[in-house]
Design a protein around this ligand. Structure first.
Ligand code: ZN
Length: 228
């Protein structure tokens, strides 16, 4: 029987690969799941695409500000335990754009898809706080359009982000996938960069497909992490 607590204790470097399931306990709806954030949309890929931002920036702004910002969400026990573990010996690579890993105290976080709370003007690069962005996406000084620093459909991941993620995976002798179906590429492809003898585990409500030899922990991640 696989013991995650023992595996964490034994590991020299632990890298967590995290997705929406880590933030649902903080009240942020699960990306892609039934009843989740995009359930009422025929095509979320269109709403969150670079084309939509470029061609219909007001519709983009309206959708993003109504559906994606949960500024009152607080880090939960998963964020807190991961922060403790990785600040001592590890890293987190997350698909989440909510910033909750850092707010939970984690120091070694790679935000693979960016951060909703970092906003900049596409014309001049000036950064503003999200409260201002929630009111308007227009930059009065130069007529530019503000946007959140997240990776939209149709946009590549920045090379320095990929490099940091690959480094975090390649250094690990224990890799733990948490709260993601792990089907979105290139995120899921990061596992190919793991050491051949690294221990691989996943924590998720439902079993997910993993390479041979990986350990699947099926259950509520808040319960699993509270026990670590
Ligand atoms: Zn500007």
């Amino acid at each position: 029987m696989f013991d995650l607590k023992q595996a964490v204790a034994n590991a020299h470097f632990v890298t967590f690969l995290t997705g929406a399931g880590v933030s649902t306990a903080s009240g942020i709806p699960d990306y892609r799941s039934k009843g989740g954030l995009y359930a009422d949309l025929a095509s979320p890929e269109e709403a969150l695409s670079i084309e939509n931002l470029q061609q219909h920036h007001l519709a983009f702004h309206d959708w993003v500000t109504k559906k994606m910002y949960y500024p009152d969400a607080k880090p939960n026990v998963i964020h807190e335990k991961m922060a403790q573990i990785t600040n001592a010996k590890g890293a987190i690579v997350t698909q989440n754009v909510d910033g909750l890993h850092q707010r939970g105290g984690a120091k070694h976080v790679v935000e693979f898809h960016g951060n909703l709370y970092r906003i900049y003007c596409q014309t001049c690069g000036q950064q503003i706080d999200y409260q201002t962005y929630l009111q308007s996406d227009g930059h009065a000084e130069d007529g530019g359009i503000f946007r959140p620093d997240i990776v939209l459909y149709g946009e590549p991941i920045k090379p320095d982000v990929i490099n940091a993620a690959v480094e975090a995976v390649a250094k690990a002798d224990l890799l733990v996938v948490v709260g993601t179906s792990f089907q979105v590429y290139p995120f899921a492809g990061l596992l190919q960069m793991a050491q051949s003898d690294a221990v691989l585990a996943a924590v998720n409500r439902e079993p997910i497909s993993l390479p041979a030899g990986a350990h699947m922990v099926v259950g509520d991640a808040t319960t699993v992490f509270a026990a670590l």
